[in-house]
Design a protein around this ligand. Structure first.
Ligand code: DGL
Length: 277
């Protein structure tokens, strides 16, 4: 955190392979409206879910380095895939930096299921990760956990096609078998998937199946760590929102449009929004 700014006034860095992490950015902007945020959406190397561990680690370290160079006081890895691969490495190589990682919300699903079957939707790389294996093992004797990869979901969100007939068909192809297998909780274990929530809920229809994501748990954890490290922005602070990508200007525009087109528009407009690459 080599920066002349006071630590409390520095931004929180939010990292993702692409636009999915904006679902987490949105939760943090709403829950912590005085905090400045720098969102880094790689965009060039997305999707990460089908890449090797070494590639995902390299991309993630590169993004984190860029956020730290901007003087971020904390980094949120708003990507389950990058968290699964890189969080231990990041915590051991940057011991002074508070990191928050994303992991599928298996616990609330396991504690609330009535059918006893919980489905976890994530990328292949996340589902095979030790973090997920460990968490699911904690509940494996109490509930049946079924896993599914959201094939093509990340690409649909990146193209802004989450409300199209193609998206509905892609979601139906993955979600119907989960419901048929008895799942009454569907955990969104990828930060791109909340953008498909409406489509998922349309597929579910009237059936008693609940969709669960990690967004609010993450913003609570960010708040906890800010207090723990004495890094919370002063009361009344005006937030700054900045956006970075490795992709082109068109991608950056779409990223910003997606961020500001969300429910937190009011808060976002109050901030000093700058665009960076
Ligand atoms: N948002 C990332 C995640 O949560 C997307 C993965 C990808 O890029 O494939 O896993």
């Amino acid at each position: 955190m080599a920066n002349s700014q006071q630590p409390k006034t520095m931004s929180i860095g939010v990292f993702d392979s692409g636009m999915g992490g904006l679902s987490v950015w949105q939760e943090i902007a709403i829950a912590l409206p005085e905090e400045s945020l720098i969102f880094f959406g790689d965009g060039l190397n997305c999707p990460y879910g089908s890449k090797s561990r070494e590639q995902v680690l390299g991309y993630t370290v590169n993004g984190v380095e860029k956020l730290l160079a901007e003087g971020c006081k904390m980094i949120v890895i708003a990507c389950n895939t990058a968290t699964a691969v890189a969080i231990d490495y990041l915590r051991s190589h940057y011991p002074d930096v508070p990191f928050v990682g994303l992991e599928p919300a298996v616990k609330p699903a396991a504690l609330s299921t009535k059918s006893g079957t919980v489905a976890v939707l994530a990328t292949a790389r996340s589902l095979e990760g030790e973090l997920f294996q460990h968490t699911s093992a904690l509940y494996a004797d109490k509930v049946n956990i079924i896993k599914a990869v959201g094939e093509g979901f990340v690409e649909l969100v990146e193209r802004g096609e989450e409300n199209t007939p193609q998206a509905f068909e892609a979601v139906r192809g993955v979600v119907e078998p989960l419901i048929a297998a008895g799942a009454d909780r569907i955990v969104l274990g990828c930060t791109h998937y909340p953008f498909l929530r409406q489509t998922i809920e349309r597929v579910i229809g009237e059936r008693d199946v609940e969709v669960i994501d990690s967004g609010s748990a993450v913003s609570r954890r960010v708040a906890q760590l800010l207090d723990m490290y004495g890094l919370r922005a002063e009361s009344g602070s005006e937030p700054r929102y900045e956006f970075m990508t490795l992709a082109d200007d068109d991608y950056l525009d779409r990223l910003i449009f997606r961020a500001y087109g969300c429910d937190c528009e009011e808060e976002a407009e109050e901030g000093d929004s700058t665009e960076e690459r």
